[in-house]
Design a protein around this ligand. Structure first.
Ligand code: F6R
Length: 617
């Protein structure tokens, strides 16, 4: 939630800040702001709306200068409006600060500052932080760096911040705890941002700032750029410079109208990438280094607990079915937000698997820390390299889906499920719970999935036509059984989050226990009814719905005649193993949600009230 970017160097800061904000806009987009230094003063502008609104707002203003900070917001404290937007000034507008995270003890701090004569203009926790820094600085006649250090020692909560001051127009100070921050090290410049995407155009050298570290970046006209990193106790730290692998092209839409559509179409490539070096089809082997290195932990585990949020949780549910069927290890799937607060029993022989595209989801990160602190072995399945979760876990596997920019997760889901399939197969092989021929069938079938997805993507036009029929539907039900039940949940989530149509996913057999009362001739019901697994059972469930005049949109296996005859509309996908259907059948579900949302004129890539990276609980 919230994207921050800061620049200090020899170039003009403003265009770099704005292009950075556009890249970070997926993190929040209810208001935006920028502050640059020129003519011996700070100049701060902010507005309700998107980054493009901010750009229009500052048109004609003097935005020159070689240092600045900028922010795109997802509101936590205080309504999304111009006053609550970042940056925030200190009392006398000497210091400007941007923040991603939550200062939990902002209320007592604010009361104390008010007693000390400070005035507040916004409702935000962030303004409290900048006022606190300034108060400490003035009270103790301290440097800005020391004041930041002392203020951060007093705050409880999560933060990634960037601070500039009109007393030092050559220095940006950044710090983080719980929220991500990465420094791009250019030739004569530093760029600080919530993730690496704003840096890609300028440098490949990056430093992921560690927990509770403070970075001071100075670029003076006639001196070499200087970067020092310390912790809250002022102990000097040696930065680890890493090479960024993302290219600019993967951050662009590449001719697609939306990132979401581009990302749906990228899925065959993403899956091939996630198999590279892991499946050897000639030798019929599956190898994941994270699993090989810690195989004992998994094989001796009393149970595996998968923890995640949203779409990643749905992938986790597919993972449970896979691991239990293939490797016969009991698996529990927990919403991270519940797990972290419900005093769970964590045993030393538990393996906790955290699934997160961003690797930054606050609840999942907290669940990871809880499990690790209680002695469990913690394994991460993440996409964003170098994010917090992969750094806090004992081991893990990257899904290698590349940057996912559309707020609705698509390619990350398929890549997560593929990685979970590889994990289940590796463990099954090691435990001897799957015989050689079954193993080989599944591996071969898995390997053909990218081709089958390519074929499924050819249904795009047909699905776009269906979308026109359902554009104005007010409710949807999604049904599935077995492996297709998590998929029903995922299909419903995709539709509701981008089209704002109410949609619910159910295990098909649960309909009789209540939800069937909702069915009438107005209700579209998407049924994932591929001809494996519980086929006869789902056929009966469809008949029950049909008898109540529900409108059936089915996802069926090519050549199916029974469900086709019962359906008002059908989408045929290639045949595959029941356990692999989620990877294939999620594609038409994603496309259906996408086209309905486009028909309704919704902002597909940036749905209302949402943000891609949920770094607050
Ligand atoms: C839905 C979606 C969210 C995320 C959830 C977890 O399309 O994207 O439900 O799946 O916020 O995010 P990560 O996977 O980054 O932990």
């Amino acid at each position: 939630m919230c994207g921050i970017v800061a620049y200090v160097g020899k170039k003009d800061a403003y265009p770099i800040l704005m292009s950075g904000l556009h890249r970070l806009e997926y993190r929040g987009y209810d208001s935006a702001g920028v502050c640059v230094y020129n003519n011996n003063d700070l100049h701060l502008y902010k507005t309700l709306g998107k980054v493009s609104d901010l750009e229009r707002f500052v048109e004609g203003k003097d935005m020159s200068g070689h240092i600045g900070i900028a922010h795109t917001r997802w509101a936590t404290h205080g309504l999304p409006n111009e006053i609550n937007a970042h940056p925030h000034y200190s009392e006398f507008s000497d210091i400007a600060l941007i923040h991603n995270g939550i200062i939990e003890n902002y209320s007592p701090l604010k009361e104390e500052l008010i007693k000390q004569g400070r005035h507040f203009t916004s409702e935000t926790d962030t303004e409290v932080l900048v006022q606190l820094i300034d108060f400490i600085r003035m009270d103790g006649d301290l440097t800005l760096e020391e004041a930041v250090r002392q203020a951060l020692s007093q705050v409880v909560g999560a933060y990634a911040i960037a601070v500039i001051s009109k007393d030092d127009p050559y220095t940006v100070i950044g710090a983080r705890k719980g929220s991500p921050l990465v420094i791009g090290v250019g030739e004569d410049e530093y760029i600080l941002a919530s993730d690496a995407t704003p840096l890609v155009e300028y440098t490949k050298e990056v430093i992921y700032l560690e927990e509770s570290h403070i970075a001071v970046m100075t670029v003076k006209p006639d001196a070499k750029p200087k970067l020092t990193i310390t912790n809250l106790k002022n102990v000097r730290k040696t930065p680890r410079v890493q090479t960024l692998e993302t290219s600019l092209e993967v951050l662009e839409k590449g001719g697609y109208p939306h990132f979401m559509l581009k990302e749906i179409y990228e899925q065959p490539k993403v899956i091939r990438d996630s198999f590279r070096g892991r499946i050897n089809i000639e030798r019929n082997t599956v190898a994941l280094s994270g699993i090989i290195d810690h195989q004992d932990k998994f094989l001796k585990a009393r149970r595996i607990i998968i923890t995640a949020c949203g779409t990643s949780w749905h992938a986790g549910l597919v993972g449970k079915y896979l691991i239990e069927e293939l490797a016969r290890i009991p698996v529990e799937v927990e919403y991270a937000s519940e797990y972290r607060y419900r005093h769970p029993i964590v045993n030393k022989d538990d393996v906790v698997m955290a699934i997160s595209q961003s690797g930054e989801t606050a609840d999942t990160l907290a669940a990871v820390n809880l499990a690790r602190d209680n002695g469990a072995f913690v394994y991460g399945i993440c996409n964003v390299v170098g994010a917090s979760i992969p750094r806090e876990t004992h081991s893990g596997t990257y899904i290698h889906a590349g940057p996912e920019i559309g707020v609705a997760s698509t390619k990350a889901f398929t890549a997560q499920v593929c990685v979970l399939t590889l994990i289940a197969l590796s463990l099954a092989k090691a435990k001897g719970t799957v015989d050689a021929s079954r193993f080989s069938t599944i591996v071969n079938e898995l390997y053909t999935l990218p081709d089958k997805i390519e074929k499924t993507l050819k249904l795009n036009d047909k699905i776009a036509d269906f979308a026109k029929i359902f554009t104005y539907s007010r409710n949807f039900l999604y049904l599935g059984r077995g492996y297709n039940y998590p998929l029903a949940l995922e299909g419903a989530l995709k539709l509701k989050e981008i089209s704002y149509i109410h949609a619910e996913g159910y295990p098909a057999a649960e309909m009789k226990h209540g939800p069937i009362a909702l069915v009438d001739s107005e209700m579209p019901i998407v049924v994932i009814a591929t001809n494996q697994g519980n086929y006869e059972k789902i056929v009966s469930n469809i008949q029950e719905v049909k008898a109540r005049k529900g409108r059936i949109i089915s996802i069926i296996t090519e050549g199916d005649t029974t469900v086709k005859a019962l359906s008002d509309y059908y989408i045929e996908i290639p045949a595959t193993e029941a356990m692999l259907v989620p990877v294939l059948a999620c594609v038409p579900l994603q496309l259906l949600a996408y086209h309905i949302a486009v028909q309704r004129g919704c902002n597909v890539d940036q749905p209302r009230n949402l943000a891609k990276s949920v770094t607050v609980e």
